[in-house]
Ligand binder design. Structure first.
Ligand SMILES: [Zn+2]
Length: 338
């Protein structure tokens, strides 16, 4: 299901959802923090999902143990480094990694700007060490409210040149995009691209608002767009990228079954939808699983999977020359020099 001629890309991966369990244990020991288990096996059921949760909030609750071990900026640097390292080992050719500095800072009262600096530093070091091209996306955690998100935005803006895009994540049902209009205006003025979590726990109107008013050129999930034919037309017309995460959608009850997931319909209608992981360790998956197991269950044929790979490259937050470099490096990997 994976076309090995095309770059293998994840555009939607949360740093806070890919912390190694071994690292959680090591950080907990280092800082005398109490986790619900002292071994990987004992910790596993508290962190990794075995089945669907009641809703998105139930899913997000799992993240709390992963951020609980972030006692200092060094810990933030370490998890960023290891996430890029693990993504390289997974065989990715390009990664867009996103994180919310306020969410990460919150359990132990860290400074969100320090968290941002540490994540950037860790990701860059791993990019150098493991050769995986990585770009970072700053998230505002909508669940903290517009005022706190303004502080989070300030922390991200201190490092504006190291970030590619601004995102909004968290409890979509209670905190709609309308509350964050000014935030995204400032983000766009800073030269960032925009992607917004929408149409996951909320309806099609949230997707439309993100595109028409927040300047989103990509949407995280966008599943409920399927309910509004005129919105599907808008997404097609504007070439909006849809970052789809199949297993995550099942686990958050965004879809009841993968067989009814709209991804196949998106791809058949030539929307620029891609296949991504969201929170690989929480979900107990990787991108191979999403292509080989989840996608076929969702009715994705090899031809549609190839289109999803092409769409990921087309909608990546890269300049044309950076995109070309990703392609050239992939081609070089395919034909090793004698
Ligand atoms: Zn997400």
């Amino acid at each position: 299901m994976i076309d090995t001629q095309l770059p293998f890309i994840d555009l939607h991966r949360h740093l806070e959802g890919c912390v190694r369990l071994e690292t959680m244990l090591a950080l907990a020991e280092q800082h005398s923090l109490q986790l619900p288990g002292n071994t990987v096996d004992a910790l596993h059921p508290h962190v990794v999902l075995a089945g669907p949760q009641a809703d998105l909030v139930g899913f997000l609750d799992r993240l709390k143990w992963m951020i609980f071990v972030l006692r200092d900026p060094d810990a933030c640097r370490r998890i960023a480094y290891e996430c890029v390292q693990d993504s390289a080992a997974e065989g990715l050719d390009y990664l867009e990694l996103r994180f919310s500095p306020l969410f990460m800072a919150q359990p132990h009262g860290l400074n969100p700007a320090d968290v941002t600096a540490a994540v950037i530093d860790g990701a860059k070091a791993a990019e150098r060490d493991f050769g995986l091209t990585t770009r970072l996306i700053g998230i505002m955690s909508r669940t903290f409210g517009p005022e706190s998100c303004l502080a989070e935005l300030e922390a991200l803006l201190e490092h504006r040149h190291e970030l590619r895009a601004l995102d909004l994540a968290g409890d979509e049902a209670r905190w709609p995009g309308e509350l964050y209009y000014e935030h995204f205006k400032r983000g766009r003025d800073a030269g960032w691209q925009v992607t917004v979590h929408a149409g996951e726990a909320g309806g099609a109107a949230n997707v439309r608002y993100a595109i028409e008013h927040l300047g989103a050129t990509r949407i995280g999930h966008g599943i409920r767009a399927i309910d509004d034919p005129s919105l599907i037309e808008l997404i097609a017309h504007r070439g909006i990228g849809l970052e789809v995460n199949l297993t995550s959608n099942l686990q958050t009850n965004t879809v009841q079954t993968l067989t009814t997931h709209p991804l196949a319909s998106f791809l058949q209608n030539n929307l620029l939808a891609s296949i991504n992981t969201d929170d690989p360790i929480i979900s107990g998956i990787d991108l191979h699983y999403e292509f080989h197991e989840a996608a076929p269950t969702a009715g994705i044929t090899p031809a549609l999977a190839k289109r999803a790979q092409e769409n990921a490259l087309a909608t990546a937050f890269l300049s044309p020359s950076e995109r070309q470099t990703i392609l050239q490096r992939k081609a070089a990997k395919q034909s090793p020099t004698p």
